[in-house]
Design a protein around this ligand. Structure first.
Ligand SMILES: Cc1ncc(COP(=O)(O)O)c(C=O)c1O
Length: 378
C-alpha cells in the first residue's frame, strides 16, 4: 500500500535529493555571509555567482538580470509596487491584469487601486485564455503595466505572452508575467517572450521553500520594496539566503538537462489519469485542452463536492482550487471566471503531477476515485 500519492505539485513540490545534497554544506560548514571578504565568504560568493548563472541559463537571461527573493509573492509585490512607485502617475496610471491571476497579483493590484491606480481586470474565455482583441481595445497610452500570468496555477492554461507583450510594448507599457507554474517545467525564454519582468519560485520545481525571484530586463528600473544593506544590486536588501540560492541554482541546472524527458513522462501519466477519469459519467476537464501545462488536469466531478471527495481519497493528495485559498470556503475564482457554476466549481479537483509520480500511483488514484464516485452514485 502506498503511504501517500502526492498529486498536489502545483501547490508545492518535493525537494530533489541532488538539490538537498548540494545545499547541505551551506547550512553546515560553508555558513559565511556572501558579502564577507574573508576566505569563506569569497567561496560562498563564488557559488552564488554560479547559481545565478544557472538560473539565468534556464531563462536565457544575463545573470545580472536575475534578482533573488523569498519567493514569487515577494517578487510580484516588488515589481508591481516598485514600478508604480517610480512612475509618473499623471502620465501613466493604469494597470491591466486578468481576473484569474494568483492572489499575489490580484491583492497587490487591489492595494494599488487603493493608492490611486486604475486597475482593469480582464475577463477570460471559457478556455481560460484572455481575448487578445479585448486587450487591444482596453490598452491605452495611460497603461503603465500589463501583468498576465504565463500558466495558471489551477488549470495550467498557458496564455500567449509573446503576443500580449507586443501589445504592451506597442502602447509603451511594461510587461510583467508571473511564470511561477511554468519555470522549470516548460521552456521559458525571456528573450523570446520579450517581457520586462518575469517571476519564478523555487518550491514549485523541486527547490526549497523560501527562495524565488524575478528577471528584470536590464534597462528597467524600479524602487526597491526592501531597503537595507544594498544586496542584489541595491534592489533587494537582506543577507542572501545562501542554501536556497544554491538549491534553486542546482534545480535550474537539472531542469535544463531533464526537462524534455521529464515532460514526456509526466505528459504520459497525466494523459493516462485524465483518460481514465473522463470515462466516469459527467466528468469534464476545466480549461483549454492543448494550451496548458502537461502536469495539471483540473476535472469536474458533477454531483460530488470536491471537499468530500478529497476527504475520501485519504492518502491521495490533491487540491480543490488554489491551496493559497484553502481556508476560504469560496468556489475557485479561476473556475467561476471561466463560466462554471458555483456547484461545478465546488465539484472540481486539481491533479498536479511531478517527475516523481509513477504509473502505479496513477493507477491507484484512478481505482480510488472510481471507487468513491461509484459509491456516491448508488
Ligand atoms: C501562479 C502563482 N503565483 C504566485 C504564487 C506564490 O508563490 P510563493 O509561494 O513562492 O510566494 C503561486 C503559489 O501558489 C502561484 O501558483
Amino acid at each position: 500500500m502506498l503511504e501517500y500519492v502526492y498529486l498536489d505539485n502545483a501547490s508545492t513540490t518535493k525537494i530533489d535529493s541532488q538539490v538537498l545534497k548540494e545545499m547541505i554544506p551551506f547550512m553546515s560548514d560553508l555558513y559565511a555571509n556572501s558579502s564577507s571578504s574573508h576566505l569563506m565568504g569569497v567561496k560562498v560568493k563564488k557559488e552564488i555567482v554560479h547559481a545565478r548563472e544557472c538560473v539565468a541559463n534556464l531563462l536565457n537571461s544575463e545573470p545580472k538580470e536575475i534578482y533573488f527573493t523569498s519567493g514569487a509573492t515577494e517578487a510580484i509585490n516588488t515589481i508591481l509596487k516598485g514600478v508604480t512607485s517610480s512612475a509618473d502617475k499623471s502620465v501613466r496610471s493604469q494597470i491591466i491584469t486578468v481576473a484569474t491571476e494568483h492572489s499575489a497579483v490580484l491583492n497587490t493590484c487591489k492595494h494599488l487601486e487603493e493608492i490611486g491606480f486604475e486597475v482593469i481586470y480582464l475577463p477570460v474565455l471559457e478556455s481560460g485564455l484572455i481575448d487578445i482583441d479585448n486587450l487591444r481595445n482596453v490598452v491605452s497610452d495611460k497603461t503603465l503595466i500589463i501583468s498576465v500570468m504565463l500558466a495558471n496555477n489551477e488549470t495550467g492554461v498557458i496564455q500567449n505572452i509573446e503576443e500580449i507583450t507586443k501589445i504592451a510594448h506597442h502602447s509603451g507599457a511594461l510587461m510583467v508575467t508571473d511564470a511561477t507554474q511554468a519555470v522549470g517545467k516548460i521552456p521559458v525564454d525571456v528573450k523570446d517572450l520579450d517581457v520586462d519582468f518575469l517571476v519564478f519560485s523555487g518550491h514549485k520545481f523541486h527547490a526549497p521553500k523560501g527562495i524565488g525571484g524575478f528577471y528584470c530586463k536590464l534597462d528597467n528600473n524600479f524602487t526597491p520594496l526592501i531597503h537595507g544593506g544594498g544586496q542584489e544590486n541595491n534592489k533587494r536588501s537582506g543577507t542572501l539566503n545562501t542554501p536556497g540560492i544554491i538549491g534553486i541554482g542546482k534545480c535550474a541546472k537539472i531542469s535544463l538537462n531533464q526537462m524534455d524527458q521529464d515532460s514526456e513522462n509526466i505528459t504520459k501519466l497525466r494523459n493516462r489519469l485524465e483518460r481514465e477519469l473522463l470515462s466516469i459519467e459527467g466528468t469534464f476537464v476545466n480549461g483549454h485542452s492543448t494550451e496548458r501545462l502537461h502536469n495539471i488536469t483540473n476535472i469536474c466531478f458533477p454531483n460530488i463536492e470536491a471537499d468530500v471527495l478529497i476527504g475520501m481519497l485519504r492518502n491521495i493528495c490533491v487540491s480543490n482550487g488554489s491551496a493559497c485559498h484553502s481556508e476560504l470556503i469560496e468556489p475557485s475564482h479561476v473556475l467561476i471566471e471561466m463560466g462554471l457554476s458555483s456547484k461545478d466549481a465546488f465539484s472540481s479537483i486539481r491533479f498536479s503531477l511531478s517527475k516523481y509520480n509513477t504509473e502505479e500511483e496513477i493507477d491507484y488514484t484512478v481505482y480510488k476515485v472510481k471507487e468513491v464516485v461509484s459509491n456516491f452514485q448508488i
